[in-house]
Design a protein around this ligand. Structure first.
Ligand SMILES: Cc1ncc(COP(=O)(O)O)c(C=O)c1O
Length: 684
């Protein structure tokens, strides 16, 4: 390396911060965070000088004062034009190479600083950084550039955003509307991706996290030491929000291909080893306009999901309904992490099985005894076997979707692989018309073991029909099973049976029971459930502890925060607000949001173009505007957070306006940039 390069670091900081005022002065294990940061920067071996660049305004006097007894030089410049401060310092110091650091990174790593400088020099680059492609934890950001790069940037960057953010013109990562220069850029990357970790100081909870790191480790611990410390104390990570606030930039201006470039690339790989490229039919590419839609999700938090390209969306699919509180709910995940430390699967049952069973028997009217499974299909199938064993009869009447097993799927239009004999044992009827069930009972007298229904769903339940079904089952000695995989924990904590006061013999729960951890439950009358000792319903993971403790934590929180009531209130608001948007856009003859408060859905009628094209265009536009919405609003507690409703309305409005333009154009098809969604088999 050439010896005579003068290398300086400029740390930009200020006292004002809307989210966390005075953050540079807040103490991390007794020392102001800015001093903590400086102490770490000083460990870098290649720096000749370290400068603090702050604004002239009086509020920053405090910052200058804190640095008085250090050897850090302070430069006070324009409050908004931060770029000019860098330029001035470079002139004063005659620096050849400038390292840019920001004051919100108290865990900045000196080795990463040195390595970025070395990379710039070795590659003879104009700009080097570890933010071009993020692989390090957020909060270890280092940017290095030459004097020439800085001069060009200072001469060309336009007032406003680019000058405030200093390097926008150099890296060109921000919104395409900002000018960018032509530079040779090199990226410092780690072989593993740690970019989901958030180590910045931006809000109160970051302070708790950073403070605990400084209290536990020496001030100069390397970032790898911090990582290994966190792996021993994963609870600390929970103060860390994996969806970063500065991820606000949407890529919606980008062409579809660019916007979903990583997803499309990954898909080509995934489809080679995974049929459909997904484990779940409804999560696969055929449900979305492929090319104009993400295909792989990277992470999620609250109601936000982020795809592999870094696009983020407000989600209304919520993993197909298991997420009832919000992604990565802190209370549930705390309980889970504690359980991980104790173990997940043992050679005998854990007492968690009993604890959760007792809770369920208290909240679900029909629950006297309980068994657990992993998927909804496990417990609906167990319920059917139990009913057959108890009644010694074979036929089953179904009205809804009940899972992937032969006994049910044989009654749908996707029956490939199901033996004819099995198909003949299942019969469909309309649950809102009990007479259709009565006809079945008359046609096959004394042959039915069970009737299984979704007692509440997208179509409003006719309570009289439900009562009649109950009576018909009693009269014919048939087991009535409520499939509450969706309605349980959504319409009422005790399920639709509690809501309507109609009690089944057996019922099945799943999805929302554990906020996304895999758990399902079959509950019912003791007299019938006792047959579980004679039938065979047994699985290695049935008593898996993490999901059980997640369910206990989920139910506790749902009760405490009245989650179901809050979600229903949100459901009411969303249908009101979105119907207003639809009316204002004069689209009300085609679209409507149903007023089903616990599970609103988009209803479509009189479409002027083919249904699949309409849905594909609608989904394409919703995705483009950052709404991950299929046809139902699968609500969770985090949707109630401030601002989510307004944002949803705004994004929905934009999407409806473009959709309207598309369908009114001469050739609506040409507006579809991705592929048409594929017709799926309809189950409800
Ligand atoms: C009402 C209902 N029952 C059963 C199931 C099957 O559950 P799983 O997919 O977890 O097996 C589902 C899944 O969507 C469902 O909605």
């Amino acid at each position: 390396m050439k010896k005579n390069f003068k290398i300086i670091a400029i740390l930009q900081a200020r006292v004002q911060s809307s989210r966390l005022p005075n953050k540079a002065l807040l103490k991390l294990n007794k020392k102001p965070s800015i001093i903590r940061m400086v102490d770490r920067i000083k460990e870098a071996r290649l720096l000749h000088e370290i400068w603090l660049a702050t604004g002239k305004s009086k509020s920053n006097d405090k910052l200058e004062k804190v640095l008085l007894n250090t050897d850090i030089k302070v430069f006070r410049g324009d409050d908004d034009d931060v770029l000019s401060r860098f330029s001035e310092i470079a002139k004063i110091t005659k620096a050849d190479i400038i390292v840019r650091l920001t004051g919100d990174c108290p865990l900045i790593d000196p080795k990463i600083i040195d390595n970025t400088v070395i990379l710039l020099i070795e590659k003879k680059a104009d700009y080097a950084s570890n933010v071009l492609k993020r692989t390090f934890p957020d909060g270890l950001d280092v940017e290095v550039f030459t004097k020439r790069t800085l001069n060009i940037t200072n001469n060309n960057a336009e007032p406003g955003f680019s000058r405030e953010h200093v390097t926008t013109y150099m890296h060109g990562l921000h919104n395409a509307k900002y000018k960018k220069g032509k530079f040779k850029k090199v990226s410092l990357e780690h072989e593993s991706d740690f970019s989901h970790l958030r180590w910045t100081l931006d809000e109160e909870k970051d302070l708790i996290f950073l403070n605990s790191i400084y209290k536990s480790l020496p001030y100069n611990a390397s970032w790898q030491d911090i990582l290994s410390h966190l792996s021993k104390f994963p609870l600390m990570q929970l103060n860390n929000n994996i969806v970063k606030h500065n991820e606000g930039t949407q890529n919606s201006q980008l062409q579809n291909y660019e916007r979903y470039k990583v997803s499309n690339k990954l898909f080509k790989r995934a489809i080679k080893t995974i049929p459909l490229g997904s484990q779940t039919f409804s999560k696969s590419y055929i449900q979305w306009p492929k090319g104009s839609a993400p295909l792989f999700i990277d992470r999620a938090q609250g109601v936000k999901i982020i795809d592999k390209d870094g696009n983020h969306f407000i989600d209304y699919v919520m993993g197909l309904l298991p997420i009832i509180l919000g992604y990565c709910d802190k209370d549930v995940d705390h309980a889970v992490i504690l359980q991980i430390m104790k173990g997940n699967i043992f050679s005998m049952p854990s007492s968690l099985e009993m604890e959760l069973s007792e809770i369920l028997t208290k909240i679900i009217p029909s629950a006297e005894m309980v068994r657990f499974g992993k998927n909804g299909s496990d417990v609906t199938t167990a319920a059917i076997r139990l009913a057959r064993a108890y009644t010694n009869k074979d036929l089953v009447a179904v009205a809804g979707y009940h899972g992937w097993h032969d006994w049910y799927i044989g009654s749908t239009s996707r029956t490939l692989g199901v033996p004819e004999k099995v198909k003949s044992l299942t019969h469909k009827f309309n649950f809102n018309d009990a007479d259709t069930l009565e006809s079945l009972f008359k046609k096959f007298p004394n042959k039915f073991a069970a009737v299984i229904i979704e007692p509440a769903g997208l179509i409003k339940t006719d309570i009289n029909s439900l009562k009649k079904i109950r009576t018909l089952c009693n009269r014919n000695g048939v087991i009535l099973i409520f499939d509450e995989i969706i309605s349980g924990f959504r319409i009422n904590l005790g399920g639709a049976q509690k809501e309507f006061g109609i009690i089944p013999d057996l019922s099945c729960f799943g999805k929302g029971i554990a906020n996304g951890y895999p758990l399902s439950a079959i509950v019912g009358k003791k007299e019938i459930m006792k047959y579980m000792e004679d039938i065979f319903f047994s699985s290695t993971f049935g008593g898996e502890a993490i999901s059980l403790c997640a369910a206990i934590a989920t139910i506790k929180k749902m009760k405490k925060l009245h989650v179901i009531e809050k979600n229903k209130q949100y459901g009411k608001k969303i249908s009101k607000e979105l119907n207003k948007v639809i009316n204002d856009s004069n689209m009300h003859e085609l679209l409507k949001v149903s007023k089903n408060d616990w599970w609103p859905q988009i209803e479509m009628t009189n479409l002027p173009i083919e249904n699949d094209l309409f849905v594909s265009l609608l989904r394409q536009e919703l995705l483009k505007n950052g709404l991950f919405l299929a046809s139902t609003f699968n609500l969770c507690f985090a949707h109630n957070q401030k601002g989510i409703l307004d944002l949803t309305v705004k994004k929905f409005k934009k999407s409806i306006i473009s959709l309207k333009d598309f369908i009114n154009s001469n050739n609506p098809e040409k507006n579809l940039k991705g592929s048409l969604i594929e017709k799926t088999f309809k189950v409800r």
